[in-house]
Ligand binder design. Structure first.
Ligand code: 5CA
Length: 440
């Protein structure tokens, strides 16, 4: 309830090692702490935001019928030898030996492990499709971990896997993830655009990266601006509607660096619609047919014939999204952050002016807190003895979207209410409750 009791190690100044605003803000507002290069501890504020993002990602996976499982972080090298990726993955893979001298690894992704789970129990085409996902830590020994949790070595990822009998069915599964991603990012108040992308070490020949625009992003993109106007609301999850939606997007040229071709870009996009900029990859989906099922012998019986299942995989960078939201929402110039209410560590903060010999304001704030709680609104009271303006400044950075301000002379029954970074208004508590409830 009281900010003074929380573990939020705020820094007075921007840490010099941080080059981009999300990294600066996360360190400054005590969301994370680096433990070694590219490896971070998540402190209460950062952890709360990440867990809320995770829950939204989970709900949108469940909405398309994907089932949640949990696979381990440590995997045996044997299945990676079967798929042929044990060598291919190179130095990005963290390899470990156990006491029996067995070669193990910290999973960078889970195509092999999930294929092994699938092949050991699914035998008939009648059990298809299967959509499985988990949300688990991954490790990639990146050559240059940078930008805080945006490109780190240990990160939190949602990865899903689909198993189908035919290419056509597999495309349907792919398209289900396509729409679930659009919905997920929308709930996070991000405008993420699907772009044709390279498949890299995952493989296959169909792939989209979901990119949000940001100057500090590491992905170069080339696109027709009109792709931002495609409407993905109220789409039904049937085969045709989803196919139509994908066609709507694919009408427009939108590619990442590796797929860029100058002639095609200029041929397909009028000069005034050309956009060549940078973005952050928050999700990546792949279709690779029988790449893993063939090498790992994952097949089903289809009317007496053995068929290798057709697979896709679908990733979302859950921890990266924390930084991506900051890159999209943080106004660096004015020092104002505003978390989307759906993922904010708290719904609102009660900022109180405290004087030594008068506790009436603090008592008022506790009553207000209880009332908000009764209405399912999660608040925090800033009861620290900092001066008022530095409290406001601090909370402008922390980014809780609504501020209820109890200044020195708050005698009246009206309370100063502010949507962070905007002009404030004096409202009755009933009015404030009404506004907050309508936003939830
Ligand atoms: N197996 C596939 C799909 S499940 C896969 O691993 N795809 S991926 O490599 O593109 O990763 C999925 C998402 O994880 C990326 O879109 C990105 O948002 C996030 N991610 C990847 N590498 C890192 C990293 N080093 N640091 C933070 N997030 C990362």
């Amino acid at each position: 309830m009281f900010f003074s009791k929380l573990f939020v190690p705020i820094l007075k100044n921007n840490p010099t090692e941080a080059k981009i605003k999300s990294h600066q803000l996360m360190l400054r507002t005590g969301m994370i702490k680096q433990s070694s290069a590219g490896i971070y501890s998540w402190l209460p504020f950062g952890f709360k935001v990440m867990k809320k993002i995770e829950q939204i990602v989970r709900e949108e996976q469940n909405n398309i019928g994907a089932q949640e499982i949990l696979m381990p972080t440590i995997q045996s090298s044997e299945i990676w030898m079967e798929s042929g990726r044990y060598q291919d993955y190179g130095e990005e893979m963290l390899r470990i030996k156990d006491r029996q001298d067995r070669e193990m690894l910290y999973g960078p992704t889970n195509e092999e492990l999930v294929t092994d789970i699938f092949r050991s129990s699914v035998k008939s085409y009648k059990s298809l499709p299967q959509l499985l996902y988990h949300i688990q830590w991954k490790f990639r020994d990146e050559l240059r971990p940078r930008f805080g949790i945006m490109r780190c070595r240990e990160f939190y990822m949602k990865d899903a896997y689909s198993f189908d009998l035919s290419d056509e069915e597999a495309q349907y599964s792919y398209n289900k993830f396509f729409i679930s991603y659009l919905k997920t990012f929308k709930r996070l108040e991000l405008s993420a655009i699907p772009m044709a992308a390279d498949t890299g070490p995952i493989g296959g020949n169909l792939s989209h990266e979901f990119i949000i625009l940001a100057d500090t992003g590491e992905s170069k993109i080339y696109t027709d601006k009109r792709i931002f106007d495609v409407n993905s609301d109220n789409i039904r999850i049937d085969k045709n509607s989803l196919l139509n939606l994908r066609n709507e997007y694919e009408k427009f040229y939108a590619v990442t660096d590796e797929k860029y071709n100058k002639n095609e870009f200029e041929k397909n996009v009028n000069k005034e619609n050309r956009l060549n900029t940078k973005g952050i990859e928050v999700g990546h989906i792949f279709y690779f047919g029988d790449k893993y099922s063939k090498s790992m012998n994952a097949s089903v019986d289809h009317k007496g014939k053995k068929e290798f299942v057709k697979m896709g995989s679908y990733g979302i960078g859950v921890s990266r999204l924390v930084g991506a939201i900051i890159e999209a929402k943080y106004d660096d110039k004015n020092g104002v952050m505003r978390w989307p209410l759906s993922v904010s560590p708290y719904d609102c903060v009660i900022i109180v002016s405290i004087s030594k010999n008068d506790t009436s304001n603090l008592e008022k704030s506790v009553k207000l807190f209880e009332l908000l709680k009764k209405n399912n609104i999660e608040a925090i009271i800033d009861d620290t003895d900092e001066n008022f303006s530095s409290k406001i400044k601090k909370f402008n950075l922390i980014g809780i979207p609504y501020q209820l301000i109890l200044g020195k002379n708050s005698e009246s029954d009206k309370i100063e209410f502010r949507d962070v970074g905007k002009e404030s208004n004096n409202y009755s508590i009933e009015k404030i409750l009404e506004i907050l409830k309508s936003k939830k």
